[in-house]
Design a protein around this ligand. Structure first.
Ligand SMILES: [Cu+2]
Length: 657
């Protein structure tokens, strides 16, 4: 990692910027300070200087702009640092009206309150790479650039365990000292509001408490005994959110209906308890007060027999020898990777973007842009992430009918991410990013090596052989992959964003881990699932991933120059336009509003969506609303690929700039 960042600090990006930002006479004095932006918040030695660039690549729009720049330590889109989270939590805690209120506070989420797009543009114009003054909208008489960016803000979701109240707080974090001198911040509460009738996501602490409470509940122990389970250490109680099936489940109460499993007594350190579901028991837990509210042992379903193949550690999967016949495969990058990293800013081939991370979404990609020859840096998207993932189960039988996991909103995809290991999770030259979170009681936790970034060979990108001469040309495809993996109880999700050299961005989700299983009566076969072992079945279910794409194709902040067009393949009616009965064509429909843009997939018409421009034209534009650049067309075709065949796309916003 060290070599990657060192490399970047001497990159050409820095030197171009310096030339753009300062008067030539002071260039050497400013070089040291600007080059140090990551470590120092002292003002630049030159004030009120006027850009007088000698660099022919400097954009014309920067001419005559007064610069009062001052180095900043954090880009406005950098995720909160551990120090910032600490200050935000302390500020909110100190603002609690009474000792009782302060004592009841639980910190569900502390994230960066992402700034307005014009603040991002200002930062990217003068304070941080890509150092592009052209990102700022032009105004008459030039723009006076403030000496520093506005203070960063944190957004906190706080659950009060005593009052069962959920509140959202905004805290301003003003920096007192630079990060290198201890990173002191001061926090100021900007606003706080109680949100009625909601429950924030549950926390791992609550899951552990819930398991202990249920296992201690005498009728539950009795029910386990009836099933031949005496050792409560083998029992697993997974708190699942109650969902919403009637008013009794209303979110005025914090409720869970746990699923029960039982490990088999063995010497395996990773005995797979999910292979033995315990059915026929209904438990309702009040997660605020941690008490069992309702309990019913309504049906005795025998525990599935311990399957010899239930465990997944090498010692238990056919002796761990089923793939011993592969020889080593090594990925070598003797000259290092082709990407450059500066803090959270990434450059690779013609792509550049910023890495972000939130407890709810996990990986977030900010300010995605593509350097397009003489057209320079072209904006593609303001923000890309997965904002939700829901898993409805298709078995109407208890308890499976009520399994509708919202894994982002109820648990958090980012919060449940884990540290990745080189050689196992990722191969090649890896750049990792850590992620910082608050825990339930307000402490700061860090997931080291949480986001993985590396290059991959991706087969061929293009090939043609001239059949007359037999001569062939091939271009290999290299892609940059940014990913993280999270575990939500029994299941794992790997989220991958791939950037390609032909301008394509691909979002891929790998579903893995262990299925959420059910137990069967002897001889029973269930229509709504697949029997996978004696007494054990996998209920049918689906995973819907919701990607939120705040597109900004060739848009500056404040511009609304994008639109979403749906493309369907249509078959021409027989008639005078189709005398040979062979005609088919693509039909493009402009999606005019957010509600209009809530569309289903349709593989039969090869349906897809294009984010197109209102203002850029290429030589071939003739369609009334698809005035897109032919060169960048493939970029806009972002698609999701999952192991199941269900997709759901929401364009949650009309694409602003
Ligand atoms: Cu699944």
């Amino acid at each position: 990692m060290a070599s990657a960042s060192q490399k970047t600090s001497h990159s050409s990006v820095d030197s171009v910027t310096i030339r753009r930002q300062i008067a030539p006479a002071a260039a050497s004095a400013a070089t040291a300070v600007v080059g140090d932006w990551n470590n120092d918040d002292r003002p630049l030695p030159i004030k009120n200087s006027v850009i007088n660039s000698t660099d022919p690549s400097a954009n014309a729009s920067s001419k005559g702009i007064q610069v009062l720049t001052r180095a900043q330590t954090s880009h406005p889109l950098d995720p909160l640092s551990a120090a910032e989270i600490k200050v935000a939590v302390a500020t909110v805690r100190a603002a609690g009206a009474t000792p009782e209120v302060r004592d009841g506070m639980r910190f569900v989420e502390v994230v960066l309150l992402e700034p307005e797009k014009n603040v991002v543009a200002l930062a990217d114009a003068y304070f941080f790479p890509p150092f592009q003054p052209s990102l700022l909208p032009r105004s008459k008489g030039g723009v006076v650039i403030p000496t520093k960016l506005p203070p960063r803000r944190a957004r906190l979701v706080v659950y009060n365990k005593k009052s069962n109240e959920t509140s959202v707080w905004i805290v301003e974090l003003s920096q007192v000292h630079a990060a290198t001198r201890g990173g002191h911040h001061r926090g100021k509460v900007i606003s706080s509001r109680v949100v009625l009738d909601v429950q924030p996501p549950m926390d791992a602490v609550e899951y552990a408490e819930c398991e202990a409470v249920v296992k201690d509940y005498p009728p539950f122990r009795e029910a386990m005994k009836k099933r031949g389970i005496d050792d409560m250490d083998l029992v697993m109680v997974d708190a699942w959110c109650v969902g919403y099936h009637s008013k009794a489940d209303a979110p005025s109460r914090r409720l869970a209906k746990p699923l029960i499993f039982c490990r088999t007594e063995s010497d395996s350190p990773m005995e797979n308890g999910y292979a033995r579901p315990v059915e026929g028991i209904r438990v309702l837990v009040d997660m605020q007060n941690m008490v069992v509210l309702e309990f019913e042992d309504h049906k005795l379903v025998p525990l599935p027999p311990a399957d010899p193949l239930r465990n997944y550690t090498p010692g238990h999967t056919r002796g761990g020898v089923d793939r011993s016949d592969v020889k080593p495969l090594q990925i070598l990058q003797p000259d290092g990777p082709s990407f450059r990293v500066n803090g959270h800013y990434v450059e690779w081939q013609k792509w550049n973007f910023r890495i972000g991370f939130t407890p709810r979404e996990g990986l977030v990609l900010h300010s995605v842009a593509y350097v397009d020859g003489s057209r320079g840096r072209r904006s593609i998207a303001h923000r890309l992430s997965f904002v939700e993932m829901v898993v409805p189960y298709g078995d109407p039988n208890d308890p499976h009918y009520r399994k509708n996991a919202f894994d982002a909103g109820e648990d958090g995809l980012g919060k449940n991410a884990h540290s990745l290991k080189k050689g196992c999770d990722c191969l090649g030259y890896i750049k990792y990013f850590d992620a910082h979170f608050t825990n339930f009681i307000g402490g700061v936790e860090t997931i080291e090596n949480c986001v993985c970034m590396h290059e991959e060979d991706h087969g061929i990108l293009w090939k043609h052989q001239d059949w007359r001469t037999g001569l062939a040309e091939v271009r290999r495809s290299r892609r940059l992959t940014v990913s993280f993996i999270c575990t939500v109880a029994n299941y794992e999700y790997g989220f991958y964003w791939h950037f390609y050299q032909d301008g394509k961005i691909e979002a891929e989700v790998k579903l893995t881990g262990i299925l959420s299983l059910g137990a069967l009566q002897p001889g029973e076969v269930r229509k709504y699932g697949t029997t996978i072992a004696p007494g054990l079945y996998a209920p049918v279910h689906q995973h819907f991933f919701v990607a939120r794409m705040d597109m900004a194709v060739d848009c500056k902040p404040g511009e609304t120059c994008n639109q979403v067009v749906e493309v369907d393949v249509k078959v021409e009616e027989p008639g005078k336009d189709n005398v040979h009965n062979n005609a088919f064509y693509t039909q493009e429909t402009l999606l005019k509003s957010e509600s209009h843009a809530m569309r289903d997939c349709n593989p039969l018409s090869a349906r897809h969506w294009i984010v197109s421009l209102l203002k850029s034209f290429n030589l071939l534009n003739c369609s009334p609303f698809v005035n897109r650049s032919l060169k960048l067309e493939v970029i806009y075709y972002i698609y999701l690929k999952t192991m199941v065949s269900n997709f759901l796309f929401f364009f949650l916003r009309k694409m602003p700039g």
